[in-house]
Write a protein that binds this ligand. Structure first.
Ligand code: ADP
Ligand code: ADP
Length: 229
């Protein structure tokens, strides 16, 4: 039901140095894994492999125990949600755009997904709500609004695995908090989440403290924390 497993995965683009070297990890259903690192670290590449945009040069990727090479396109399409930094919105109504993820979705289902993504208020404030034409040359939306619509669109599909590639990078802190709540809700329903983020400010800091429940769980320089993990 959404387990993602990498076993000694290597990947190199056509004529380049390796983009990923010996990657192994497992994410259980309903858990979230964050990919953090500077630009060029390989985050997008790793995520693209989960979405099967590329094939590993060697090693095995398993989705629910099945080699990803054996997973059908139909299954990938229906079980994996993929939200990128600059999500595309088609020239068409917001309803059309949402239905791209789930063709037969009723308006009520679409509205429900928008509520879960906490964007229903923002949508009903559009000139014609769900019927507003968005996308290229349609109603102008900010980068953050586009990302939040793309996240709602992914939620509509109720995917087993949701992949977010820098998908919260345009968001203000209020919107980011809403997205965080939406992701927690999805995890309760056993969706597995992989999220990549550049976090350049953090990586450029001289020291880092990781807090959880009021306790310091990690403390040190970026390099020291890397050695620990
Ligand atoms: P990140 O998402 O962490 O910024 P990427 O996965 O985009 O990192 O990039 C990892 C490495 O692979 C970089 O060296 C980058 O230049 C290279 N790379 C990324 N995409 C391509 C591509 N389409 N062709 C060749 N090299 C690429
Ligand atoms: P973070 O910055 O990581 O969101 P905070 O330091 O704001 O965490 O909050 C930690 C905890 O303390 C939270 O449970 C929050 O509800 C509580 N809290 C924050 N500010 C106050 C306050 N002024 N009075 C009482 N509780 C607070």
């Amino acid at each position: 039901r959404g387990r993602v497993e990498f076993n000694q995965v290597h990947f190199a683009y056509r004529q380049g140095t390796p983009a990923l070297t010996n990657i192994s990890f497992k994410v259980e259903p309903g858990r979230m894994m964050a990919l953090v690192g500077p630009s060029g670290a390989g985050k997008s590449t790793l995520i693209s492999l989960i979405a099967r945009l590329y094939e590993p040069s060697s090693g095995i990727i398993r989705i629910d125990g099945m080699d990803i090479k054996q997973v059908t396109m139909e299954s990938l399409r229906s079980h994996i949600g993929f939200v990128t930094q600059e999500p595309y919105l088609f020239y068409g109504s917001l309803l059309d755009n949402m239905r791209f993820a789930k063709e037969d979705a009723t308006q009520a289902e679409v509205e429900d997904a928008c509520r879960k993504a906490y964007i229903d208020d923002f949508i009903t404030a559009l000139p014609e709500g769900y019927h507003t034409i968005v996308g290229e040359r349609g109603h102008r939306l900010s980068g953050g609004e586009r990302q939040r619509i793309a996240i709602a669109r992914a939620i509509l599909k109720n995917p087993r695995i949701l992949i977010l590639d820098e998908a919260t990078s345009h968001l203000d802190s209020q919107s980011e908090a809403y997205v965080q709540k939406a992701l927690e809700e999805l995890m309760k329903h056993r969706t597995t989440i992989v999220i990549a983020h550049r976090l350049s400010t953090i990586l450029a800091s001289d020291s880092i403290i990781v807090l959880k429940d009021g306790v310091v769980v990690e403390q040190g320089t970026h390099e020291e924390l890397l050695i620990h993990n």
